[in-house]
Design a protein around this ligand. Structure first.
Ligand SMILES: Nc1ncnc2c1ncn2[C@@H]1O[C@H](COP(=O)(O)OP(=O)(O)OP(=O)(O)O)[C@@H](O)[C@H]1O
Length: 605
């Protein structure tokens, strides 16, 4: 544990050497001043206090010099403490910021498949409490380093004064050190367990809050409360076990230096009696033992916090060393306007033993609208995700205008492809902020145009502050259909050359959806559109259909051609149609303003 903890601390020192040096210099200066002060106090007792209280004569220079030196040393200590605290504090926060940044940066670069395997609560805990835990001992570290310097100097001073008193120091200080080591050994598993439980509790809390609707509608409040209470109870027990050990060791650590002072007094009195030392030296040594009691605790703080630091660092390192990164290429995609998308012999599996796509080959000619149709679980979303390069294929190639997407720069890819998923995510920002996303060139005109194409302009016009309306966390003030249209507008505002709609309009009324598709096709900015479709009307609007079953392309052609030739396709589309009629009868669309929009625009509602 000590070696691993030392490696974590060494990493911190390498990352912030300047701040560490400032803090350690401050701490060593403090140590030197404390030892110097012991000498001055011994001298003042001998030359000022004793003569003054026994009626002897006090030299005038002692009267002036003594207090002046003490005041100067006191001021020096203020500067030293200031330097140590500032350096250590800045170092701790700088390291926390650096690694929070590194962890979140890594999250952004890791592929979707990695995120699907890791709970959001755990990711939050990695970026927050684990990073904090890793750098917790950095705050007392310079103090501990200064204390070691102070102890070594103190032992040298003790030897210079008297061997018997030095022996007392040589017994007391190593005993303190050994106790600290025993403490940190005992503490290690407790701290690691507590850190693990913190992440578990965060993960459960996050999941329950995220699924609040399910929890409430399914009446799972008690069950969730019990699940949370059980983990929270385990965390409490883990922390109590940490506190209990601390409670046992703390008094021991506090009292040992005072026992050392007592021992030094006894031995010192005996040596004084023998005439081996002067009164001045006895005072100096006992003062040293008294003032060393507190700084020695700094070593204990560092050693006590090391196990937690190592546990936190292990979890941070797990993220930083996670592989599966999808490095971007260096190629920029030339040209403008709609881009051609092609899949060539693409194989893909989330888990090695369970292939999802087999030899998928199809081409979306530039400017065409192609519907991707297939039974549930056939791999439609996987194809959509691959097209936006959120995943890479295991075999085969995906190309935009003939260029392998793996060779494209991040900017080129983001500027060319936009994926609109079924679950619309809205930021806690204004309508304008949500659509423009601070992208260069996306001005109000572009935002208005995108909103109009996505059929979102009417409801935005009815919002109290239009484009400036704050949408609240996750856009809860909007209906599901409105959120989906806003997300579509966000994609359109970037003027993508390939638009991938993965069931992106499922909560939108079919008539509005038809208008969206029509306006997409008529829009001045042409794009190739790949739409994962579940409605006959949507499918019929596409120029072409790619029909897949069990991860294989079964047929491609127009809707009419496939209806006539592929029985599985005809069955599926008929089933969609029936489901649609059913939904139409029950009017389940989560699209609050559809009737108003329809009426306003003269469409029969
Ligand atoms: N993250 C994942 N990890 C493991 N398997 C996955 C993952 N996502 C999807 N799958 C599996 O891959 C297969 C294809 O899933 P996909 O979501 O692409 O199908 P889909 O056609 O879009 O389905 P649906 O119409 O129900 O949305 C399914 O068997 C699914 O269980």
């Amino acid at each position: 544990m000590l070696a691993r903890g030392a490696r974590v601390m060494w990493r911190g020192i390498r990352d912030e050497p300047r701040l560490f040096v400032i803090a350690v210099v401050g701490s060593c200066l403090f140590g030197a001043l404390v030892i110097g002060q012991a000498k001055v106090i011994g001298w003042l007792v001998e030359d000022l206090v004793v003569p003054a209280t026994t009626g002897g004569e006090v030299a005038a220079d002692v009267l002036v010099l003594g207090p002046s030196v003490l005041i100067a040393m006191g001021l020096g200590r203020v500067v030293a403490i200031f330097g140590r605290r500032l350096g250590a504090g800045f170092m701790q926060f700088a390291l926390q910021a650096r690694y929070r940044h590194a962890v979140t940066g890594r999250y952004l670069r890791l592929p979707v498949s990695w995120h699907q395997r890791h709970a959001t609560g755990t990711l939050l805990s990695n970026a927050n409490s684990d990073v904090e835990a890793a750098w917790f001992p950095v705050a007392p570290l310079p103090f501990a380093v200064g204390t070691v310097f102070m102890l070594v100097t103190a032992v040298i001073v003790l030897f210079a004064v008297d061997w018997a008193l030095a022996l007392v120091g040589l017994v007391v200080f190593p005993v303190l050190f050994v106790m600290n080591v025993v403490f940190s050994r005992r503490m290690a598993p407790r701290q690691a367990h507590a850190q693990h439980m913190r992440a578990e509790v965060a993960a459960i809390a996050h999941e329950s809050f995220d699924g609040a609707l399910v929890v409430k509608t399914m009446g799972r409040e008690d069950l969730e409360t019990r699940r949370f209470a059980q983990r929270a109870g385990e965390l409490r027990d883990a922390l109590i076990s940490v506190g209990r050990l601390r409670g046992l060791f703390d008094p021991l650590m506090e009292s040992l230096p005072f026992l050392g002072t007592l021992l030094a007094l006894l031995v010192g009195a005996w040596r004084l009696d023998q005439g081996a030392i002067e009164l001045e030296q006895l005072v100096q040594v006992t003062f040293l033992f008294t003032v060393l009691a507190f700084p020695v605790r700094a070593i204990g703080w560092v050693l006590g916090d090391l196990p937690r630091s190592v546990a936190g660092w292990d979890r941070v390192e797990h993220v930083l060393e996670s592989t599966g990164q999808m490095p971007y290429g260096t190629q920029r995609l030339p040209g403008t306007g709609a881009a051609e998308l092609s899949f060539r012999n693409v194989d893909f599996a989330y888990e090695p033993a369970q292939p999802v796509l087999h030899d998928v080959t199809f081409t979306l000619p530039a400017g065409r609208t192609v519907a991707l149709v297939g039974p549930t679980g056939s791999g439609k979303s996987t194809i959509a995700t691959l097209a936006a390069r959120l995943l890479d294929p295991d075999q085969g190639q995906i190309a935009l205008d003939g260029a392998d997407v793996r060779g494209l720069t991040a900017a080129s890819l983001a500027g060319t492809v936009a994926l609109v998923p079924q679950i619309a995510f809205v930021f806690d920002d204004t309508v304008r902020g949500n659509v423009a996303l601070d992208r260069p060139g996306v001005d109000d005109d572009r935002v208005a145009q995108a909103l109009a194409t996505a059929q979102a302009d009417t409801f935005v016009a009815r919002l109290p502050e239009h484009l400036d309306t704050q949408l609240g966390e996750r856009g809860t003030s909007l209906s599901g259909g409105q959120r989906q249209r806003l997300t579509l507008a966000r994609a359109l505002a970037g003027q993508p050359r390939l638009l991938v709609l993965d069931d992106a309009t499922s909560a939108v009324d079919p008539r509005v959806e038809a208008r969206i598709l029509a306006s997409l096709r008529e829009s001045a900015h042409t794009a190739t559109i790949l739409v994962v479709a579940y409605r006959r009307a949507t499918i019929a609007l596409a120029d072409e259909v790619v029909y897949i079953e069990s991860g294989r392309v079964v047929a491609t052609g127009t809707h009419e051609q496939l209806l006539a030739t592929v029985s599985g396709y005809a069955d599926l589309v008929t089933a969609y149609e029936k489901a649609e009629e059913e939904r139409e009868r029950e009017r389940v669309y989560d699209d609050a303003d559809v009737s108003a929009t329809a009426e306003q625009e003269g469409v029969a509602a």
